[in-house]
Design a protein around this ligand. Structure first.
Ligand SMILES: Nc1ncnc2c1ncn2[C@@H]1O[C@H](COP(=O)(O)OP(=O)(O)O)[C@@H](O)[C@H]1O
Ligand SMILES: [Mg+2]
Length: 355
């Protein structure tokens, strides 16, 4: 790339399409330009960061400065792997950095910094395999459900015929049991199959969905629960099935309530992520809905199979809540992820906003 175009980084919007964060620093390590990915990574807008020293964006604990200075002094490109990065807002990440000293327009030398988030790359491949696992699981479930439901119809019909033929009406008690148990199994299989396949998409305001869920849960909890809200008001409406999303968020909030109990704090949060990858597909805008609670956290042994149906840590649970919620997320092209530690558990529902 010719040197002039490098220093015109700020006007080259195509750099905003890169997943790699790109920052151009002058010889004093002041910011000359940064692309969208770098803005997201550093949690600052390029406009605000322009001209300020890099230190303004980073926590003092970062190990960056010696490396940056060395690259400038040696005037030699270098790559450093797995460098911790802590932003001023306290976000911790791990990045690979590539440093290229280049000739600038005004200054004798500039430093081009490329940042690749390591944890992000890991998260992408993990969420791609989660996505595939969900798709496979759904196929298996469909097959099993079909195999189970077919004979159930036959059993129910036969029990009804039998009931009509029984000479002793007292014996009908038994055919009634057969019929009611068959019905129970059929309902269970339907629930395992999850939400209906066809979505009714319409422009949806996610905050209306969340407020609806909040009101439902607060009515159920009768004042014992503290729900905090941290919504991003700039989030636009997007195409979704509001009824299904209500179900998904309700399942998450209900779990949070069961986990933290009365007196616990649940936080409902919304955010917009730009140029974000979900299930291996990159999206321009992704809506993130987070449900956090301060309960004891997800038991370690459940964590790897949490979204499978019938997995429950609750004696009276069905273990269907999360698998249904995940299925709804998948139908919207999205995904639910979980991070859990004692006192801080967060379920994130990622929804691509194809608007
Ligand atoms: N916020 C949470 N904190 C702690 N554990 C959770 C949370 N959400 C879900 N879990 C665990 O995941 C299990 C599965 O949840 P779910 O699929 O909704 O089924 P169910 O609620 O019927 O058990 C729960 O039983 C619980 O052990
Ligand atoms: Mg549940």
């Amino acid at each position: 790339m010719p040197v002039e175009s490098m220093t015109d980084l700020s006007t080259d919007y195509q750099l905003d399409l890169l997943a790699t964060g790109v920052i151009l620093l002058d010889a004093n390590l002041h910011i000359q330009a940064m692309n969208l990915s770098a803005e997201n990574l550093m949690e600052v807008s390029a406009n605000r960061a322009m001209g300020s020293p890099l230190e303004a964006l980073l926590d003092e604990s970062n190990e960056w400065y010696p490396i940056l200075n060395q690259a400038l002094t040696d005037n030699y490109p270098m790559v450093r792997r797995a460098i911790p990065l802590t932003t001023r807002t306290g976000q911790e990440r791990t990045v690979d950095i590539t440093l290229s000293p280049i000739a600038g327009k005004v200054d004798s030398r500039c430093l081009l910094v490329e940042l690749n988030t390591v944890d992000r790359l890991q998260a992408i491949s993990r969420d791609e395999s989660e996505w595939q696992a969900q798709a496979t699981l759904k196929e298996i479930m469909k097959g099993v459900a079909h195999e189970v439901k077919n004979p159930l119809g036959g059993i129910r019909g036969a029990a009804q015929l039998l009931a009509g033929e029984l000479a002793n009406p007292n014996l009908q008690e038994y055919t009634d049991i057969i019929i009611s148990e068959v019905d129970r199994l059929r309902t269970l299989v339907d629930r395992m199959l999850g939400p209906r396949e066809r979505m009714e998409s319409e422009p949806t305001n996610i905050h209306e969905v969340m407020e609806h869920v909040r009101q439902l849960i607060e009515a159920e909890a009768k004042g014992g629960l503290n729900i905090e809200r941290d919504y991003d008001p700039s989030l636009p409406d997007f195409l979704a099935d509001a009824g299904q999303l209500t179900q998904a968020v309700l399942n998450l909030v209900r779990n949070a309530w069961q986990a933290c109990g009365d007196g616990g704090v649940i936080t409902l949060r919304t955010r917009v992520y730009r140029q974000f990858t979900v299930g291996g597909n990159r999206h321009k805008l992704v809506c993130a809905v987070q449900v956090s609670d301060d309960g004891p956290g997800v038991p370690d042994d459940l964590l790897p199979r949490l979204f499978l149906p019938m997995v429950t840590g609750n004696a009276s649970g069905t273990g269907l809540g999360l698998s249904i919620a995940q299925r709804i997320a998948n139908q919207h092209g999205g995904l639910i992820q979980v991070q859990s530690a004692p006192g801080d558990t967060c379920f994130t529902l990622l929804l691509p906003m194809e608007i």
